[in-house]
Design a protein around this ligand. Structure first.
Ligand code: ADP
Ligand code: ZN
Ligand code: ZN
Length: 815
């Protein structure tokens, strides 16, 4: 017997191994096994197929089977196959993306003791496991191989996988990929205080009456909603007179105890709340969706901002969980989703699990296992795009929230998938319903509706009857002419900002560029500092006093004089979030301003802290990049200001107009979500532009129709399919030569469908030169045959020895 296996490596196909005799009944499709590779190295591999066809090359037996039950269901393996074939990558590249790294140890894997191993009970370890843990403790880190020689065995993998899954040991890769979690200190009533009321009362009476803060702290902890789950220490020490020494004393008395908790697991109460009662419009939407699922599993839910799409989802999710099937909730960026998770957890409690790369390896492995196991059913998994790789076997519903969001596309490395499209396929394989939700649907989703592949359900009004915000355009040409500008603020925007704040409301200011100024220039000779490694100019960060490349991370200090002509008149031009923040501080002294962009939210908690502070009214003005557009729900935002809307329109991308509309509509949607109508002001040099006109009238439908016409006449997605081939090498000549050779070959097959090669907008990134070839393929073309032919041409190119070092990256649906 033989097995064809997937090795989690960038290899083109499957490898075949012999099944050792006696193992015939132990090995199953979807199990992991340990295989030797090129003689000595060991690898974890996934069994894709079992058969009796002797290959015509020599084969080796595998070493051992790791899983007694298949880790991956047949549906999951089929999904992997689809990803590999649709996105033109190897099955091993899919396995790399799909399997948590603790589940695919190999000889080279470096292992470390898990940070929490110190607190654990060694009794649960076997002799050999203990030996490994001790060695890791003493030596700091060991390779997989070293563990083998320590134990005197060839194949330490089964034992190591056990240790990894039990959370004792980590692979270095995981350790690096997952920055330490920042846990929150919590305080709770002690077990005894909860269980024994009489004792508690006596203890409370005995508290020192000269220290009333002790009693006050106890009262907070005794409150009905705090008692079962505890209270963050931070929020208690904010109370007057409450210090951490005070807690030590309460702890000594046995009244309270302190523990650490992941902020994402925080619960307001352990009781699960009943679902919200739906408004009439929402009810109708849920009804139509249930009906639609009978005919087509794919539904586009188009609901204006604040219409309560989340409430609609929760009702659908509830149905599915009750029927014992799993649900998957995809969100664009998990770090920006705390608000949503807290909301969903109120309804689904422990049945909700978050799957995310920033979680500890142990939790990720455990979650992966739980999803795979037959026992656990009716779970709601929430995650960013990679959560589509969880090994579901009984999926009933997939929700793709904010389906238009660009972060559903994986850019690098392979598989370069679009999670929204992949989710539609995953749903089909599980016969699960798939909901694409957005206030500003992508043209792809609309096209799916037009061509009958998806149903279209609308939620046209905001929940509670609040009107959509009033959107006004501010003509910057006029404002400049009339000298009605203060810094980058028109008088109109500044006045609106003042009166919003005076009315006790908050404001959001949006600018889609971080840093202080995107261009730094010498006034005398025009010199602009460029990145040494990329063909882009550096962005000035005033706070850090240096210049950054936003593509490769390169930095250099701020020059005091122009290095070319020596002039001292170097200036920062253009507008980034940092500069807006500074201008607000100058124009409105005393107002509290906070910036939210990549620079202020690098740590996970950075982002959460800002949102919480804004929610609690500690911040009056929030200045941010597109981060502020994403699904946030704030109560008191009266005004949203967009400082410069024009450069988005001119971004060199065929979706620039679509993206501009989406971004503006989404950021506008943060205004006036409850109660009074909110106001939005967009500053532009081109107020007549039709995209802005559609934003003003909130007419997503008209926008889409106009844009679809353009796409049809210029031959762009979703009307045609797009494939981008990216060629990369250090040597610009070689890159250019290889690209023309490949384009020539492709052109002789596909003719006018081949465009380029072209130099991309930024020709060099991180010292690698790039050339792009674009392929436009009609939807009527058989894509399987087309891709085969294309891959054949790429293969032929790579057989030319000179071109071998040039990387060719295939990006299917590169948008
Ligand atoms: P969307 O995601 O469509 O922009 P949300 O789901 O965030 O809208 O809902 C907007 C606000 O309205 C939220 O604060 C939500 O709690 C509230 N809301 C929506 N539907 C209901 C409902 N049926 N009952 C109570 N509150 C609701
Ligand atoms: Zn100069
Ligand atoms: Zn750079």
């Amino acid at each position: 017997m033989y097995v064809d296996v997937i090795l989690p490596l960038a290899l083109p196909g499957l490898l075949t191994y012999e099944v050792p005799s006696g193992d015939e009944s132990a090995v199953q499709e979807g199990c992991r096994i340990i295989v030797p590779l090129r003689g000595k190295r060991l690898h974890t591999a996934v069994v894709r197929r079992i058969h009796n066809n002797k290959p015509d090359h020599a084969t080796e037996p595998y070493l051992s089977v790791l899983d007694t039950q298949p880790l991956l269901s047949p549906a999951t393996l089929k999904f992997w196959d689809w990803i590999a074939s649709h996105y033109c990558c190897g099955p091993g590249e899919v396995a790399l993306a799909a399997l948590p790294s603790g589940m695919r140890l190999a000889s080279e894997t470096k292992l470390e003791l898990s940070p929490d191993a110190e607190e654990r009970d060694e009794e649960e370890l076997g002799d050999k496991e203990f030996q490994v843990v001790e060695a890791l403790r003493l030596r700091g880190g060991l390779s997989f191989k070293e563990v083998g020689s320590l134990l005197g065995v060839v194949n330490p993998a089964p034992l190591l996988h056990r240790l990894v899954e039990a959370g004792w040991v980590l692979s270095m890769e995981e350790l690096k990929a997952s920055p330490r979690r920042k846990l929150v200190s919590m305080v709770r009533l002690s077990e005894q205080a909860c269980a024994d009321e009489r004792w508690l009362n006596e203890a409370l009476d005995a508290l020192d009456s000269r220290a009333p803060s002790q009693s006050r702290a106890m009262m907070t902890l005794l409150a009905e909603d705090a008692a079962p789950v505890g209270v963050p220490l931070e929020s208690l020490t904010k109370m007057e007179g409450v210090t951490s020494t005070l807690f030590k004393r309460l702890m000594e008395k046995g009244l309270v105890f302190q523990f650490k908790q992941d902020p994402w697991q925080l619960q307001s109460s352990q009781e699960v709340e009943p679902l919200a009662t739906l408004s009439e419009a929402q009810q109708k939407a849920v009804g139509s969706m249930r009906e639609a699922f009978e005919a087509t599993p794919l539904v586009l839910l188009e609901g204006v901002t604040g219409s309560g799409k989340t409430e609609v989802y929760t009702h659908l999710i509830h149905d599915v969980l009750e029927s014992g099937r799993d649900a998957l909730f995809l969100v664009p960026e998990i770090a920006l989703t705390t608000q949503l998770i807290v909301r969903l957890r109120r309804f689904f409690g422990d049945r909700l699990e978050v799957y995310h790369s920033r979680f500890s390896p142990r939790e990720r492995t455990a979650t992966y296992r739980r999803v795979s196991s037959k026992e656990s059913r009716g779970r709601l998994m929430v995650g960013a795009r990679s959560a589509i790789f969880l090994p579901f076997s009984n999926l009933g519903l997939i929700v793709v929230d904010e389906e238009h969001d660009a972060s559903y596309k994986q850019q690098d490395p392979a598989p370069r998938y679009q999670a929204r499209d992949a989710a539609a396929m995953l749903g089909r394989m599980h016969s699960a319903a798939v909901v694409l939700g957005s206030a500003t649907p992508s043209l792809e989703a609309r096209f799916a509706v037009q061509s009958g592949r998806a149903a279209h359900i609308e939620l046209a009004e905001r929940f509670g009857g609040t009107s959509l915000p009033e959107v006004g355009l501010v003509d910057l040409r006029k404002a400049h002419k009339q000298r009605a500008m203060e810094g980058h603020f028109s008088r109109t925007l500044l006045d609106a900002l003042k009166s919003t704040l005076e009315a006790g409301k908050q404001a959001i200011l949006f600018q889609n560029r971080r840093g202080f100024a995107p261009v730094y220039q010498c006034r005398t000779c025009g010199w602009v500092p460029d990145c040494e490694r990329c063909d882009v100019s550096l962005t000035y960060h005033k706070y850090l006093k240096d210049l950054h490349c936003h593509y490769c991370g390169y930095r250099q200090g701020e020059p005091s004089t122009c290095p070319r002509c020596g002039s001292e008149e170097v200036e920062a031009k253009g507008l980034g979030t940092e500069r807006i923040e500074e201008e607000v501080v100058q124009l409105l002294p005393g107002v509290t301003v906070q910036r939210m962009d990549l620079d202020t939210t690098r740590s996970r908690t950075g982002h959460e802290r800002i949102i919480r502070a804004f929610e609690q009214g500690e911040i009056q003005v929030l200045v941010g990049t597109q981060m502020v557009t994403k699904g946030l729900d704030f109560e008191r935002v009266g005004l949203v200001g967009i400082l410069q809307a024009d450069h988005m329109l001119h971004f060199p991308d065929f979706r620039a107009l679509e993206r501009t509309f989406q971004l503006l509509t989404q950021v506008a949607g943060r205004a006036g979500r409850r109660g009074e109508r909110g106001q939005v002001l967009i500053q532009t040099f081109d107020p007549e532009h039709w995209v802005f006109q559609h934003v003003v009238t909130h007419d997503a439908q008209a926008m889409a129709e106009a844009e679809l016409k353009e796409r049809a006449s210029f031959g762009y997605p979703p009307i045609v399919r797009l494939v981008r081939l990216i060629m990369r090498h250090r040597d610009p000549h070689l890159t250019r030569e290889a690209a023309s050779a490949l384009a020539g070959r492709l052109r002789s097959r596909f003719g006018g469908r081949v465009i380029g090669p072209e130099e991309p907008g930024i020709a060099r990134v991180n010292d690698l030169y790039q050339r792009h070839i674009l392929l436009k393929v009609e939807r009527t073309v058989d894509t399987v045959k087309f891709k085969e032919a294309m891959m054949e041409d790429i293969g032929t190119l790579r057989q030319v020895p000179r071109f071998k070092p040039v990387r060719v990256i295939v990006d299917i649906d590169p948008y």
